[in-house]
Design a protein around this ligand. Structure first.
Ligand SMILES: Cc1ncc(C[n+]2csc(CCOP(=O)(O)OP(=O)(O)O)c2C)c(N)n1
Length: 553
């Protein structure tokens, strides 16, 4: 076997391998040569070469999102490292394990005029769970820091940074390891829950007639079926989910905005919950957040083994435990109470569903129509990745088959890495992956396509409304040159030449008929990954959407 001669590089490789961290994304450079040679020479590591560090980090995020194990990103010194930051902040807020390993110069060479050198230590401090600032020699102290970084990424599910200074020569190798690095097991205590806290919560629960369960981003198949059934069988409980919650039950409300957008002040008052229970990550619906901030529940409990955000200014209890353990212990303590909370909301849902069908059957070709057709056509058991912008909001309005797993970078809601993440996710999960994106997000991250590992079953549906359509939907839209230039960033670009350059199948659609045909062709052509670019009418999209919310009553 070939190993880097530099002992510190050997330590990093050995400890990662001992902890079975094997997906490594390497970006080119010289300072990181000891690591690159070490990873690429050892078949136990699965190495991917991605030149653009911003893309590499989001690609790694997608793999880690699917494998639920840390992915390593390795880069050279200087600004290369800073290009990891967007994905790192997404990983921080989405609780996805990423391990950054950056090569650096020794501390004595920083800020003395050496090339490609910046202040790398602690550079991600605000969004990194642990910063291992290593010294040049292999040592037990360095081993402890490397172990601590990896254990933190695993246990606390987030990004960590290992900064490794290397001095030239960088390319020398040896055939035997010269260091024997220490591997420390993680000291992750199993979490428990105090029975007094459970009993107190149960006594509040058992007298409340209006309980709202709200889930944000959530991993597929993560919530026990018994818990889901228990919520569904309780007439004092309303469950609201989003597309990204990956939780399904016929009695749950899965399109929050469709239900609550037409509400009057009286409707909101009647809907105000006494208890709000949340679990999962970020919530997409702005309207439910505005509602709960204004009509605050008496109690808000968040169930999560790691973090709790006071999203509604009403957080009264954080149960620091995973939702299944919590509900397994909690639900047996609860009793039924007579309530019309569920039935009231269910009748609103029935009405909205009828109005939804009527409206969708009569609208012209537009973003909303495209979402209806695209979501309805998704292959069963596929994985859906959605970009930020209006795409993730439209997706909330259309029912989706429960066999489809849905993901979106909602940690920071950036448009800067959705395509790269989707490609990483397609690599990390053998399922057919479909990625729905807007044009600005797609063009922003077009370097994502500069990737030799895109699976053949990866399909992009690019909804080209010639700019940031989201800004037409948000309040403040005015048809002025300032709006077109600085908000919407209007353009006439298409993906045609990018598709050609990157060897992707390319099809277009611009009406309902060509869309239906395009979708069929896209899914049937499994010789190459492909793009279906759908052109929608810029000036009509927002009018169709705004009218939708008016016709739901
Ligand atoms: C990195 C980053 N920069 C800017 C934004 C602000 N932003 C949100 S949506 C959006 C436009 C998205 O347009 P597009 O991808 O075409 O989707 P559409 O809204 O048309 O569906 C922008 C610039 C962001 N979320 N992330």
């Amino acid at each position: 076997m070939t190993y880097p001669k530099i002992p510190l590089a050997q330590s990093i490789l050995q400890i990662l391998l001992a902890k079975e961290i094997t997906n490594i994304i390497i970006s080119p450079g010289s300072r990181n040569a000891p690591l690159t040679i070490g990873f690429a020479s050892n078949p136990s590591f699965q190495c991917y070469s991605i030149a653009d560090e911003r893309v590499a980090a989001f690609f790694a995020l997608g793999i880690a999102q699917q494998t639920r194990k840390p992915t390593v990103i390795v880069c050279t010194s200087g600004s290369a490292l800073l290009n990891y930051y967007p994905a790192l902040s997404e990983a921080f807020y989405s609780e996805i394990p990423l391990i950054v390993v950056s090569a650096d110069r020794p501390q004595s060479k920083i800020d003395i005029g050496d090339g490609q050198t910046i202040r790398q230590q602690n550079v991600f401090e605000n969004h990194s769970l642990y910063n291992a600032n290593l010294t040049e020699e292999a040592s037990e102290e360095n081993d402890i820091k490397i172990n601590e970084a990896i254990n933190t990424a695993i246990n606390k599910k987030g990004p960590v940074h290992i900064n490794a200074p290397f001095e030239e020569p960088l390319y020398e190798t040896v055939s035997e390891l010269t260091v024997n690095s220490k591997v420390f097991a993680s000291a992750n205590e199993p979490q428990t829950i105090e029975s007094a806290a459970l009993l107190e919560a149960a006594s509040i629960w058992n007298t409340a007639t209006r309980k709202l369960i709200l889930t944000g981003v959530n991993e597929p198949n993560s919530i026990n079926q018994e818990t889901i059934e228990a919520f569904a069988n309780d007439e004092s409980v309303v469950v609201m989910t989003e597309t990204t919650s990956n939780i399904h039950h016929p009695s749950f409300i899965n399109s929050i905005d469709t239900i609550i957008t037409p509400f009057t002040a009286d409707d909101f008052e009647a809907f105000r919950p006494e208890i709000l229970v949340t679990f999962g990550g970020m919530v997409v619906s702005k309207r439910i957040k505005a509602f709960l901030r204004k009509y605050k529940p008496k109690h808000h409990w968040h169930v999560d083994s790691l973090r709790a955000y006071d999203t509604f200014g009403a957080l009264s209890k954080h149960f620091e435990i995973d939702p299944n353990t919590f509900f397994n212990a909690f639900l047996p303590l609860t009793a039924k109470i007579e309530s019309d909370y569920f039935s009231q909301m269910d009748s609103v849902k029935t009405l909205r569903n009828e109005k939804h069908e009527i409206y969708l059957s009569k609208i012209p070709f537009s973003d909303l129509k495209v979402f209806e057709k695209v979501i309805g056509s998704l292959p069963k058991n596929s994985q859906l990745q959605i970009s930020n912008s209006s795409a993730i909001r439209y997706a909330q309005l259309i029912p989706i088959d429960k066999s489809i797993e849905v993901y979106c970078n909602r940690g920071t809601s950036g448009i800067d890495g959705s395509t790269s993440t989707a490609i990483g996710a397609a690599v990390g999960n053998p399922k057919q992956t479909v990625f729905i994106t807007g044009d600005i997000g797609f063009l922003y991250d077009s370097n994502a396509l500069w990737n030799n590992y895109i699976p053949k079953n990866f399909k992009i549906i690019l909804i080209n409304n010639a700019g940031g359509g989201i800004f037409r939907i948000l309040p403040g839209h005015e048809e002025t040159p300032v709006f077109n230039t600085f908000f919407e960033t209007t353009h006439k670009l298409t993906a045609e030449h990018l598709a050609k350059m990157y060897n992707l199948n390319y099809f277009t659609a611009n009406d309902e008929e060509s869309l239906i045909q395009g979708l069929k062709t896209l899914y049937s052509k499994n010789d190459e990954p492909g793009i279906l670019e759908v052109f929608t009418p810029t000036l009509e999209n927002n009018a169709v959407l705004l009218q939708y919310f008016k016709e739901l009553v």
